[in-house]
Design a protein around this ligand. Sequence first.
Ligand SMILES: [Cu+2]
Length: 234
Amino acid sequence: MPLWGSKSFQDSYYWVGEYLSFFHEGVMCLIVFILSFVLYVVFWVLKTGSSFRFFQEAQAVETIWTVIPSLCLVGVGLPSMHLLYLMDEIGSPSFSFKAIGHQWYWSYEFMGNEADVLGFDSFMVEGTESGYRLLDVDQRMVAPSNMGIRCMVSSEDVIHSFAVPGCMLKVDAIPGRINEIPMTVSMSGILYGQCSEICGANHSFMPIVIEFIPPKIFNRWHSVIKSIEGVKVL
Ligand SMILES: [Cu+2]
């Protein structure tokens, strides 16, 4: 989660997210380099401009300023496309869950052990005693760590957005449509997120909390989930 003094993205616990931050840093370096180079050339031409007044043609310069920018674009485009496809690649997930946006809370649904669909609502808890202010919920979603997970996102009313910056994940929750996204979180822990699409008066009060636990403990949780208060068989 973000802490005081954080200047960039949060650390990602999903390798595609790490790749995304790395790509972002690379592109930022390229942009800063291009900006300084262009500014340098602009000032250099302003300073020594009079000597270029009768310039007719310069094949070498034209070739360079066509080829180098094209190479830069290809260098940005290829990893960008690769990332786009990686974020779409579901593979064969070991666990799937559905996150449904409501005004103003999230609810989760998943398959129980007896092939029945289980679900619960996840409301924000007030106060700071139980956790982080405006970020903790009464019933957290639980998912296995180190395993392929498919997250399906939809909405019951208006457009919401399911965002978990800890794995660089942000998917729009659109009524009548299911958006899928894969994730594999490499360690156990709790990831926090918030709705990221202005959805009404209490948009800021519908946090997302996913607790990633080792698969063994997850199986135990999965077998007792029915007895937990608030969990319904759908
Ligand atoms: Cu929302």
